[in-house]
Design a protein around this ligand. Structure first.
Ligand SMILES: Nc1ncnc2c1ncn2[C@@H]1O[C@H](COP(=O)(O)OP(=O)(O)O)[C@@H](O)[C@H]1O
Ligand SMILES: O=P(O)(O)OC[C@H]1O[C@](O)(COP(=O)(O)O)[C@@H](O)[C@@H]1O
Ligand SMILES: [Mg+2]
Length: 324
C-alpha cells in the first residue's frame, strides 16, 4: 500500500528557466488546496543536503507568476552525484518530514530524483529547461520565453548587420541540442543554421554559400550557431579573411535564460505543477511529467531517461528552403 503524503518539498535544480516560479506557485497552491504542507528547498540538491529548507504558504508565491529566475534559487551540486550525498539528501527529507519531493529541472536533476526515489522518498520531476532537450516530452518549461528572447535579440543584430552589409554569426544556448538554434533559424529568417544534430558544413562550403548569397542580391548573411557546435568567433575571422565581407560574431549567452515567462510557459508551468502534486497524492513516485501530443502525461523516470529524440527533419529542411 502506498504511504499517505502529508508534507511535500519542492526544489529547482540545474540551469534556471523562465516559468520555474510559475511552476513553484502551482505546486504550492495545489498542495495547500489538497491539505498538504509544503516545504521549499533552496539551491537545488545543495540546499537539500544542507537542510536549507523552509515552509511555504499561498502568500509565499504571491506576485511570482510573472517573474523570471527562481525564487528558490538553483544550483549544480556535484556532491549529490555521489551515493553519500544522495543518502544525506534522503535523510534530510526524513528529518523535515518530507514524504514527497517535486524536482523542477532537466535530465541531470531527474537522475537525482531517481536516486532519492530508490532511497524511499517519493519523487516527481517537472521538465524545466530552456534547452527542450528532454526526450520524453514535447515541451520543457522555459523554452518558449528563451526562444522569443533570442529571436528578438537577433532581430536587432539583423538591423545593424543589413545596414552595414555584414555577415552575422549568432551563437545561441542549448547545450548539446539545437532546438533554440533551429527555431531561431526559421523565425529570424537565417541564411544558415548550424546544429549539433547535423553534420557541420566545412568552412569552404559556408564561404561558398555566403558568396552565392551576395550574388543573389542579399544585403546580409545570418548564421545561427548552436552552442553545441560553437566556434563562432573563429568562423567569423575566417569568413572575413577569405571573403573580405565584414563579419561579426555575437554570443547571446545568459540573457536567453532570464526574463518574464511567456503565456505558453506560465500555462505549462501551472498545469504541470498541479499534475505533479496530484501524482504524489495518488502515491506515485519516480515519475516525470511530460507534454505529449497535446496531453499532460507522466513516465517512469528511468524509462524517460533512456528515451532519445532529435530535431524535426522537416523543420531543418524548411529552414534551408526559406533561406534562399
Ligand atoms: N547522475 C546523477 N545522480 C544524482 N544527481 C545528479 C546526477 N546528475 C545530475 N545530478 C544532480 O542534478 C543537478 C543538475 O543537473 P544538470 O545536468 O546540471 O542540470 P539539468 O537538471 O538542468 O539538466 C546536478 O548538479 C546534480 O546535483
Ligand atoms: O549556467 P551554466 O552552468 O553556465 O550552464 C550553461 C548551460 O545551461 C543552459 O542554459 C541550460 O541547461 P540546463 O537546463 O540543462 O541546466 C544550457 O543551455 C547551457 O549549456
Ligand atoms: Mg540538462
Amino acid at each position: 500500500m502506498s504511504k499517505e503524503i502529508k508534507t511535500i518539498g519542492v526544489l529547482t535544480s540545474g540551469g534556471d528557466a523562465p516559468g520555474m516560479n510559475a511552476t513553484i506557485r502551482s505546486v504550492v497552491r495545489t498542495a495547500i488546496a489538497r491539505g498538504l504542507r509544503v516545504m521549499g528547498v533552496r539551491k537545488g540538491y545543495n540546499g537539500l543536503i544542507h537542510g536549507d529548507i523552509f515552509e511555504l504558504n499561498s502568500r509565499s508565491v504571491s506576485d511570482t507568476i510573472q517573474r523570471g529566475g527562481t525564487i528558490l534559487q538553483t544550483a549544480r551540486c556535484p556532491e549529490f552525484i555521489t551515493e553519500e550525498g544522495q543518502k544525506k539528501g534522503a535523510q534530510i527529507c526524513k528529518v523535515f518530514g518530507i514524504d514527497g519531493l517535486i524536482v523542477i529541472g532537466g535530465d541531470g536533476s531527474f537522475q537525482g530524483a531517481e536516486k532519492l526515489a530508490n532511497l524511499g522518498i517519493n519523487t516527481i520531476g517537472i521538465p524545466g529547461t530552456i534547452d527542450l532537450d528532454i526526450a520524453c516530452t514535447d515541451y520543457t518549461i522555459g523554452f518558449d520565453t528563451a526562444v522569443n528572447t533570442a529571436m528578438e535579440a537577433i532581430n536587432k543584430i539583423r538591423d545593424t548587420s543589413t545596414s552595414h552589409e555584414r555577415c552575422s554569426i549568432v551563437e545561441v544556448m542549448g547545450r548539446n541540442a539545437g532546438y533554440i538554434a533551429l527555431w531561431c533559424g526559421i523565425t529570424n529568417g537565417a541564411e544558415m543554421v548550424l546544429i549539433p544534430e547535423k553534420e557541420r558544413p566545412s568552412d569552404e562550403e559556408i564561404i561558398r554559400e555566403i558568396l552565392q548569397n551576395k550574388q543573389r542580391g542579399k544585403k546580409h548573411f545570418l548564421i545561427i550557431v548552436a552552442e553545441g557546435v560553437g566556434g563562432s568567433q573563429e568562423l567569423a575571422v575566417k569568413i572575413e579573411k577569405v571573403t573580405g565581407i565584414e563579419t561579426r560574431a555575437t554570443i547571446l549567452g545568459y540573457l536567453q535564460r532570464g526574463g518574464s515567462p511567456s503565456a505558453v510557459d506560465r500555462l505549462h508551468a501551472s498545469m504541470m505543477g498541479a499534475l505533479a502534486v496530484d501524482l504524489l497524492c495518488e502515491g506515485k513516485s519516480n515519475r516525470v511529467i511530460a507534454y505529449k501530443d497535446g496531453q499532460y502525461v507522466d513516465y517512469d523516470i528511468n524509462e524517460a531517461l533512456k528515451m532519445t529524440k532529435t530535431v524535426d527533419e522537416r523543420m531543418y529542411e524548411v529552414a534551408k528552403t526559406l533561406s534562399i
